[in-house]
Write a protein that binds this ligand. Structure first.
Ligand code: MTE
Length: 303
């Protein structure tokens, strides 16, 4: 599939923004030729959408990572205290090979790809981010998902001595999230390990975080230490705090407003004081690739 844009780039090979943009130009050029056009990375619904990447500075200085505070600049200010090596991901539950998987061992087995995705926070700001990472399905395949498994749960590190925000009860730590199995297996769902070809910075969820581009950003849980494969819906932090405002599914939907604000438009970060708002796209512009998973579901009820 064309959007599975593989390359030889390993996460550790640092590339600069310029080099990245050159490759991106190449990719978009190929899409325009139509040779691999249909269902391509840019996708039909996405073609008209804004895919101009935000700067590395924008992406790494305006963050939500409550483990380091609730201000948008807190993660960039405080996340340097987090030790990300050694790092292990415990994979457990309905898998053939449960256990502790060292980050390096995972990386050695994965092919790192670049994915240019729109990212839409439930708070109605957005960004376009060139991630590096691998498909979650490839990681789950390492552990061997057992038949009958229906959901995947994720957990962030709990280490209050390094995550200053965890000393306050802002959230019920550790941060947890979850996906339905077909969502987890969807080729758009990735584990990100880099941005712009550099290792993912701590404030963005080092050393590995989930990215589910058609869902509101809070589903994309950071700094993951545990993955549980199970047959019932796993608990999700924001859903547990207020289920009427933050659904389990939380697919981006401009037609279903948050109880306290409109979701019809969004503000792309980095635009400065007078930047306008842009329309929010159904499933963040990825409906072509993912809407089929929700056939027959009431997208208002399961927002
Ligand atoms: N993961 C953890 N562990 N803690 C958080 O506070 N915030 C979520 C999500 N993942 C969050 C998290 C929210 S609300 C958003 S919008 C995105 O991370 C922000 O990702 P970014 O800072 O890389 O843009």
């Amino acid at each position: 599939m064309a959007y599975r844009w593989k390359n030889d780039l390993k996460d550790k090979d640092v590339t600069d923004e310029g080099a990245f943009l050159n490759r991106r130009q190449l990719m978009i050029g190929m899409g325009a030729l139509g040779a691999i056009g249909t269902g391509a990375f840019v996708g039909k619904a996405n073609a008209a959408a804004d895919l101009e990447p935000n700067s590395y500075e924008d992406i790494t200085s305006y963050n939500n990572f409550y483990e380091f505070g609730t201000g948008k600049d807190d993660p960039a200010a405080y996340a340097h205290t987090l030790t990300t090596s050694p790092w292990t991901v415990k994979i457990e539950g309905m898998v053939d090979k449960p256990g502790d998987y060292a980050f390096e061992d995972i990386m050695a087995k994965m092919t790192i790809e670049e994915r240019l995705y729109r990212f839409r926070c439930v708070e109605a700001w957005s960004a376009v981010i060139p991630w590096n990472g691998f498909e979650l399905s490839d990681l789950l395949a390492l552990a061997g998902v057992q038949s009958g498994a229906k959901y995947v749960g994720f957990e962030t590190l709990y280490r209050p001595e390094e995550m200053v925000g965890q000393n306050r009860r802002t959230l019920d730590w550790p941060y947890v999230e979850g996906l339905r199995m077909d969502e987890a297996m969807n080729p758009l769902t990735i584990m990100a390990t880099g941005i712009y070809g550099k290792d993912i910075p701590n404030q963005n969820g080092a050393p590995l975080r989930l990215v589910v581009p058609w869902k509101y950003g809070f589903k994309s849980i950071k700094s993951i230490v545990k993955i549980t494969v199970l047959n019932e819906e796993p608990p999700c932090t924001w859903n547990q705090i207020n289920a009427s405002e933050y659904g389990f599914y939380s697919n981006v939907n401009p037609e279903v407003d948050h109880p306290r604000w409109s979701q019809a438009t969004e503000r792309k970060i980095g635009g400065g004081l007078f930047a306008g708002r842009q329309p929010t796209l159904m499933m963040n512009g990825y409906a072509d690739q993912v809407a089929g998973m929700y056939d027959g579901m009431d997208l208002r009820k399961f927002y």
